[in-house]
Design a protein around this ligand. Structure first.
Ligand code: KE4
Length: 421
């Protein structure tokens, strides 16, 4: 079994959809996934031996690039000492210190094993701390697959949600309220009508409806509303944390959330999530507090070592330089596509960008859905044919990294020039 098609056929017999996370199946772009044998820097090499330029970067973790030597060395060194202790280890303290030093809103932090665990735990903590049950999330915001988040808008004017997937009880999502991203008035109305809101959880820059930046005043308004209604503001920085800046989106926008969720980058490619925030809130978490949360592999020594090496390298990195290169690449890609007659609305923040195939503006999930999904699928497949890996969904971001080179960007633009609609 050395080719993707054979591996995928076998995988589909053993794993639902042949993948361990749905988006990897490439269904929304109408092709089968490529199986990857190895990755290094900005490139991934398929099992067929084809080297491709990667703009998914494991959906965000690989901001330094794949197989970074310092991260790799740290993982190897940690592995030589044993994979898991089930007891505290020094690197848990060191990584906690690095996160607390970096992220303004975090006084205390708990490590978990995924972004989902981080957001799920942060919401439980908000409910425990405030004694209230309702949560507000944005339509099109993705915070992982915990039941509370898998809620769809109810019919008509109902503010109550309905399950977004089978398997989630109606009772569970009745505690979830939805508002469009960037619609402060809608959030204000929910607070006006509901006294029992524990928190608002929001991606400070939305990255799961495509990339949608916050409008001026949106995040500030959420901060004011939550403070005025004894609710917590939870920033889901699983994508933006350590990516928009070393201090995350909150350090860029100057907003002080009560809780912050992290993931992806802080594990350097190994499974790590984290939630942290104000000490008076975090001290409600067991065992010093009464809100329960636990995890067998939380604080895993290999993952801590990978995260520490990653943050150590990022602390010295030129974020502004990467943002400028990403902006130049994304703007040139959009310009080439527009010359081909495609309507393109580009969003770009730091090392993230999305090309929406519509006139725009794209301000929320509703307007993101105006993007031409068929044209994106065609674009994705033609770029993949040309050796460029983009996100296999129109509702994701493209991720650059500190490993992407001028030659990578030049080859990417050549591939865009070759696209035919
Ligand atoms: P994980 O449980 O997948 O580690 O993190 C969930 C999560 C939470 N919050 C935000 C803002 C996220 O973007 C995510 C996960 N991101 C997706 C891609 N946008 C992961 C890719 C996948 O599901 O395979």
């Amino acid at each position: 079994m050395t080719d993707s098609a054979t591996l995928f056929a076998k995988a589909q017999q053993l794993i639902p959809g042949g993948v361990n996370s749905p988006v990897r199946a490439c269904r929304s772009v109408g092709c089968d996934p490529l199986f990857i044998a190895s990755a290094n820097g900005s490139k991934m090499t398929t099992v067929e031996g084809r080297e491709m330029i990667d703009y998914v970067m494991s959906w965000g973790p690989m901001l330094l690039g794949h197989n970074h030597p310092e991260v790799n060395a740290a993982i190897h060194a940690a592995a030589d000492k044993g994979a898991s202790f089930g007891a505290p280890c020094p690197d848990e303290v060191a990584l906690a210190q690095a996160v607390v030093d970096a992220v303004p809103g975090i006084d205390m932090v708990r490590m978990v094993n995924s972004g989902t665990e981080a957001t799920m735990s942060a919401v439980r903590l908000a409910r425990g701390f405030t004694g209230k049950s309702m949560i507000i999330k944005c339509i099109g915001g993705y915070h992982g697959h915990a039941d509370s988040f898998l809620a769809a808008a109810g019919s008509g004017l109902a503010t109550f949600c309905i399950p977004g997937t089978p398997g989630v009880p109606e009772d569970t999502v009745r505690h979830t309220l939805l508002a469009p991203y960037n619609d402060l008035a809608a959030v204000k109305e929910l607070f006006r009508t509901r006294p029992d809101i524990a928190c608002v959880i929001v991606e400070p820059v939305a990255g799961n409806m495509g990339l949608v930046p916050p409008l001026p005043g949106f995040l500030e308004g959420l901060r004011e509303l939550t403070a005025n209604h004894d609710a917590l503001l939870i920033f889901d920085e699983v994508i933006t944390g350590f990516r928009l800046a070393y201090g995350g989106a909150q350090s860029v926008f100057g907003i002080d959330p009560d809780l912050t969720c992290l993931g992806k980058i802080i594990g350097g490619g190994l499974p790590v999530g984290a939630y942290g925030g104000k000490r008076r809130i975090m001290e409600r978490i067991a065992p010093c507090g009464d809100v329960y949360q636990a995890g067998t592999l939380s604080g895993n020594p290999l993952a801590m070592a990978a995260g520490l090496a990653t943050l150590g390298a990022l602390k010295k990195a030129d974020y502004d330089g990467l943002a400028a290169r990403t902006k130049a690449l994304a703007e040139e890609m959009a310009a080439i596509l527009r010359e081909k007659g495609a309507p393109v609305y580009l969003t770009q923040v730091a090392s993230l960008f999305t090309l929406f195939f519509c006139q725009g503006p794209v301000r929320d999930f509703e307007s993101a859905k105006a993007g031409d999904a068929a044209r994106y699928a065609s674009f994705y497949n033609q770029m993949r044919e040309a050796g460029i890996i983009l996100a296999p969904s129109a509702y994701e971001c493209a991720f650059t990294s500190f490993a992407h080179s001028e030659d990578d960007y030049a080859r990417t633009l050549d591939a865009v020039r070759g696209v035919k609609f």
